[in-house]
Design a protein. Structure first.
Length: 302
């Protein structure tokens, strides 16, 4: 933009300021940072733009300088531009060369040639500046488009980064909630494991009690069986003894001793009554005992 303004208003740079063109910097400290330098003055004169350099050259060096044409010096300190090197310059600060004759004056031909050359140079500079302006505008448009694309991409990346940060925060919250749930689940599992161990211990204790009760019942059943067998044997022995006693009583009743017979004759009535009573009572006892034993055997079988 500065170059465009300077190209359109080049007359403003022709104002004198302490014998120098406006836009020239002579400070050696700050002039080193400027991009353009005068090929005639060297490093002493540096400029911010080509318009300032052109005004300086038109004001101070308006003749064709061999420094510009030969390429030993350049405006920017680099290789000279072929378009700039082809421009004729005339130094207006030097006195005008006169002809060898004392009475001869400047003819009209050289002045017209100088004006035509200046006009051609100005037209060429204008065309160069227009081309540079169009190039700069195209570059600025391209850079603006790239900058807009970069801004759009940057906004997209920023939105994506914010989305990722939000997702990361959500994932962190879910991780914390899941870790809390896992801790609670671990505590519940530990409590259930303790309850399971207690239940297993209780079950083992109950099983031992059941085994003990079964053993006790088996021992009681064996003892009951043994007791029944012993009672049965006792009853059988008792019945045999009763039968033997009855046979002995009958035998003594039938075949008694002589003393017993005499005694039997004396007391016949009394003894007969007593023997009959004893026989009747023994037979009744035997019947009752047999009935009780049969009922006891039936209970044992059931």
């Amino acid at each position: 933009m500065q170059q465009k303004l300077c190209s359109r208003g080049s007359g403003s740079f022709l104002l004198e300021r302490n014998g120098q063109a406006c836009g020239a910097i002579t400070d050696p400290v700050t002039s080193c940072d400027l991009p353009f330098r005068c090929p005639r003055c060297g490093e002493q004169e540096r400029f911010r733009s080509l318009a300032s350099l052109r005004a300086h050259l038109e004001y101070r060096h308006s003749y064709r300088s061999p420094d510009v044409v030969t390429g030993a010096f350049s405006i920017t300190g680099k290789l000279p531009d072929p378009l700039t090197a082809a421009i004729p310059w005339h130094d207006m600060s030097l006195p005008t060369r006169r002809g060898p004759g004392p009475g001869s004056g400047p003819g009209p031909g050289p002045g017209r040639c100088t004006a035509a050359a200046s006009a051609a140079v100005r037209r060429r500079l204008a065309s160069i500046l227009r081309a540079a302006d169009s190039t700069m505008q195209r570059r600025l448009a391209k850079v603006s488009t790239e900058l807009a694309q970069t801004d759009t991409e940057l906004l997209c990346e920023r939105a994506h980064s914010q989305h990722l940060a939000q997702e990361r925060q959500e994932v962190a919250e879910r991780e914390r909630s899941l870790s809390r749930q896992v801790d609670v689940a671990v505590m519940v599992i530990a409590a259930l494991r303790e309850q399971l161990n207690a239940s297993e211990n209780e079950l083992e204790r109950r099983e031992r009690e059941v085994i003990t009760i079964q053993k006790f019942l088996e021992a009681a059943a064996r003892q009951e069986t043994c007791g029944k067998v012993r009672i049965q044997r006792f009853i059988e022995n008792l019945l045999r003894r009763i039968a033997l006693a009855e046979r002995l009583v009958e035998y003594y009743q039938v075949n008694g001793s002589p003393t017993q017979c005499n005694h039997y004759k004396v007391q016949h009535t009394h003894t007969h009554t007593h023997t009959h009573t004893h026989t009747l009572s023994s037979s009744k006892f035997k019947k009752c005992f047999l009935l009780g034993f049969s009922s006891l055997s039936a209970g044992v079988k059931t």
